[in-house]
Design a protein around this ligand. Sequence first.
Ligand SMILES: NC(=O)c1ccc[n+]([C@@H]2O[C@H](COP(=O)([O-])OP(=O)(O)OC[C@H]3O[C@@H](n4cnc5c(N)ncnc54)[C@H](O)[C@@H]3O)[C@@H](O)[C@H]2O)c1
Length: 401
Amino acid sequence: MGLGYIGLPTSALMASKGLRVTGVDVNPRVVETVNRGQIHIVEPDLEGLVKKVTEAGMLRAALEPVSADVFVVAVPTPTRGDEHIPDLSYVESAVRNLAPQLQKGNLVIIESTSPVGTTEKMAALLRELRPDLNGDFSMAYCPERVLPGRILYELQHNDRAIGGLDEVSTRKAIDFYRHFVRGNLYPTNARTAEMVKLVENASRDVQIAFANELSLISDAAGINVWELIDLANKHPRVNILRPGTGVGGHCIAIDPWFIVHDYSEQARLIRTARQINNYKTLWVVEKIKNAALTFEMEHGRKPVIAALGLAFKPDIDDLRESPALAVARMLKAEGMDVVAVEPNLTGDSYEEFRLADLPTALQQADIIAFLVAHKPFIGLEVPAGKTVLDFVNAVSYHPGK
Ligand SMILES: NC(=O)c1ccc[n+]([C@@H]2O[C@H](COP(=O)([O-])OP(=O)(O)OC[C@H]3O[C@@H](n4cnc5c(N)ncnc54)[C@H](O)[C@@H]3O)[C@@H](O)[C@H]2O)c1
């Protein structure tokens, strides 16, 4: 259920290992594309595999579920509004949709990143919708931890935590994943498996927040934060991450809210980390605005600001929840003259900003703001006379270079 970044590669991989798969998606365009042996997402090696398994008749896509031994749910689980409320409507709708096809002894697995207790809730919903089954079905949660760009490799090789609602469910789910996973499969219960995924991302978020907080403290103390972290990390048991423009992407910036929402009294550090990482983006905007104000006072005109990088992390083109993009947008909304450089986007693929190549932007800009540590920005020679604001250590501190 769901043929996106997770569901489609998983379906294709299962089909390539001899399982007969019906990939269900509510989007007709996705269903048509997959049935043509093509793909609608960007992921290395996926198109060849989808072509192979659809031609072999092992994978077909459909708008509606069919009867099956195993149902795997991989639909979106976003958060809603400023309160960051987990939105389970897609999972619920997928479960309602599969319910009529469920037969005694079937296994239902949820892979969507979900708040703790979701698997229990969906099992209760299925029992309500199908009282005739008398609860005779198994249900498990198995989180996904793949890295886009390496999905097909990581689906097979990463270890997994697999948590059933009871021991039979856990065992059946482990037997199922054995068909296509080479990594270790660790049995647990559903609530723990749900929390495992959330804390993996919350852990990254908290550690990045620590680095971001150090960048604010260092700025106030007149210390180069990059040198500070480099030297602190010489300690054999210290490993501080890198500060930046904030935290983006569709996982780390979202999943910790699932914990904060449900355990608001206990999750104080996790909430604060989210707030620090979001605040860092506003702080970056303020720094650039102050530099712009100083420039305007000195030169009697508004500066051209080069925003170097728009993606949410180095060397990718993914703009989802990107703090760099948020910075560029806020500057533009304040009436600033922004020229953006995003080497991972092709020139005409992004309309919102004037995109320029790096030499043009460097030449045009009065203020150069490094927002993402893309490879072409590292150690860049910036023309003299420009104001440089380096939020990602593109040029600030590279000892020995
Ligand atoms: N993409 C990742 O790298 C990643 C990594 C770990 C976990 N996850 C989690 O996996 C889940 C899926 O993420 P994704 O990136 O594959 O999402 P996606 O947006 O790429 O794909 C989801 C697909 O589900 C379809 N869909 C929506 N409602 C449906 C329904 N009721 N029935 C059938 N299909 C439906 C959509 O049309 C879409 O094609 C999310 O919970 C996400 O947080 C994603």
